[in-house]
Design a protein around this ligand. Sequence first.
Ligand code: DI6
Ligand code: FE
Length: 394
Amino acid sequence: MFDRLLTNVRAATMSARGTDALGIIENAAIGVTGGKIAFIGPENALPAGAKARETADGGGKWATPAFIDCHTHLIYAGNRAEEFEKRLQGISYEEIARAGGGILSSVRATRGATEQELFDLALRRMKTMLMESVGTFEIKSGYGLDLATERKILRVATRLRDETNLRIQRTFLGAHALPPEYEGRAGDYIDFICTEMLPALHAEKLVDAVDGFCENIGFSRAQIEKVFKKAQELGLPVKLHAEQLSNSHGAALAAQYGALSADHIEYLDEEGVQAMEKAGTVAVLLPGAFYFIHEKQAPPVELLRKHNVKIAIATDHNPGTAPTLSLLLMLNMACTLFHLTPEEALLGVTRHAARALGFENVCGTLEEGKAADLALWDVSHPRDLCYCFPRPAV
Ligand code: DI6
Ligand code: FE
């Protein structure tokens, strides 16, 4: 006896077991018990006499796994539209950051906001993303950069998880930018992260993973490595913003620490790709940020394919480089700007995005035993989700 039985759908299971890239099952039925998929297959393969407490007719729509946004900075206050205007006048993202704007302007606003204000702002953003069937989120801290504010942000992420019942990975991004009180003392700030902030937040059970920004305007490899060492000691998985604006060889460092993912990676070279291949590190591509800051160099998609590095796509939602809440639009941009195939893009927000969070045994495909996180789409084929922008008619 299933709790729920959905019939008359076309399933794009995203499972590797399918014969085509999307693991398509026509005339499918999906039985759900205890929040998990108990049966998925052609309707005519349903066990004889299968019953369900609740049944629904999918009306021939396409079923996919609910989408997964595996890289967001959803919790912050303020808005950076003025900075956007400056950039339109020709001032670069790096120049703005070096002049104390950029990330630090969001840090000032976030420090000044209450926990409830941050919760309300982030929940509104999440609700917008739910309209596009995002069922799993990764949410980074990193707009606090002091213990009290990083704690406030991670507590908001925890409340979002508990109050929405969605799957959320909370990532500590203390090494996002140098806070003003540490100006000229980056080494001291990294020590503060490693000896105080991260251990304290971990002890409070607020951290699921650890990230950093390895870049000229962020932190060096050696500094990031200290943070990774501490994460490893605490048993926390790592990931990294790497090779976004220059090749700092961050992805190879991340791979060396068994990173779940290396993200952005526009300037990644073949050596870095090989290191990721060896470690099974997922390449998270963020076309929204690429588009918004007029980046010229696209990530090395051919090399990722050649070395069979799994590719995920995410919004990177943040106030500075990607103020977008549309993962569907990212599908289109991944195809148009990075030349991904629609199949690659769709796997990038399902199966491979799950892997980028270490959730590959939990969600991201429609398979028996996986979470019953379903999205239903009234489209003629899943590729329509990549073709139309920002989204097909609903
Ligand atoms: N890379 C990004 O694209 C965001 N953070 C990062 O390390 C940008 C964050 C911001 O500008 O607020
Ligand atoms: Fe980011």
